[in-house]
Design a protein around this ligand. Structure first.
Ligand SMILES: C[S@@+](CC[C@H](N)C(=O)[O-])C[C@H]1O[C@@H](n2cnc3c(N)ncnc32)[C@H](O)[C@@H]1O
Length: 261
């Protein structure tokens, strides 16, 4: 086992603290480095907006406990952005507003997923974040890094209602909290809050028949075939699998789908 492989027991205990007592606590610089070490094997593994944990405090980046464990880090989402850019380059752009395809981060958290997609595709990003504490910290962070992401303190459905389909390159990031969907026997995407199939239906309703792309994070242990069942009828485009560090079930995977209108 490489020396920087996280200790599974310490990881799970820390995860419980981040989602429990530290849920809405702004972590110290030291705690951010500990999170990097326990989740990714080294302090620098926790890196958002191109800023590794050891540099966050000095740059005024703050993270709540929940966001620290829920976020998608640079090393994971930059390759997803590359994959999406390649796919979009090979497909014809159609729709009523082809000058401005939408990137919509429906469950913003840190905003790092939207940050990378927007940057790689050179497109503006609209994001929704319902938790006022997460909204406030993310808003601060986006200001600190000079990000052009437009962050709305609203339910994702309200944001969807404001964004009619622009083009066939529109891309939605779907990362709802897992909550009880994350169990010892795997992640059941029909039990996230809200359930993934419901979110996809909400997206479809706004599309006026126009196809779009969806990016989603899962773990590496899907329960009850719930990823395939949630995306029934959609085309699987790509899966990005960062090298596993933690026990089966605790590692992240990222998937891109094409959703019919
Ligand atoms: C799993 S995290 C997203 C992580 C994010 N992709 C990142 O890289 O940091 C889910 C986020 O969605 C927010 N959220 C939960 N329900 C929501 C809703 N109905 N509308 C908008 N945001 C919501 C939560 O407060 C939480 O910050």
């Amino acid at each position: 086992m490489p020396s920087n492989t996280p200790d599974p027991a310490a990881y799970f205990a820390f995860r419980d603290r981040l989602l429990g007592p530290l849920r809405t606590t702004v972590l110290t610089g030291e705690q951010l480095c500990e999170a990097g070490r326990l989740i990714y094997g080294e302090p620098d593994g926790l890196s958002l907006y191109g800023i590794p944990a050891p540099d966050m405090a000095a740059k005024g980046i703050t993270l709540l406990g929940r966001t620290t464990i829920e976020c998608s880090v640079d090393a994971y989402v930059a390759p997803v952005a590359d994959a999406l850019a390649g796919l979009l380059a090979s497909t014809v752009l159609e729709g009523p507003d082809t000058d401005a395809p939408l990137i919509v981060d429906l469950f913003c958290g840190s905003g790092n997923f939207g940050y990378h997609l927007g940057r790689r595709l050179a497109l503006p990003v609209q994001a929704a974040e319902l938790d006022p504490a997460v909204y406030a910290t993310t808003r601060n962070n986006l200001e600190r890094i000079g990000s052009a992401i437009t962050l709305h303190p609203v339910d994702y459905r309200d944001l969807l209602g404001k964004l009619p389909a622009a083009s066939t390159h529109d891309t939605y990031i779907v990362e709802p909290p897992w909550g009880p969907a994350f169990t010892a026997s795997g992640l059941d995407l029909t039990l996230t809050s809200p359930p993934v199939p419901e979110i996809l239906q909400d997206i479809r309703r706004t599309r006026d028949g126009l196809p779009c792309n969806v990016a989603i994070k899962t773990n590496d242990q899907i329960a009850h075939d719930s990823l395939a069942r949630s995306f029934a009828g959609a085309e699987h485009l790509a899966t990005v699998t960062p090298s596993p560090q933690l026990p089966y079930g605790a590692n992240m995977d990222f998937h891109l789908y094409r959703l019919d209108g």
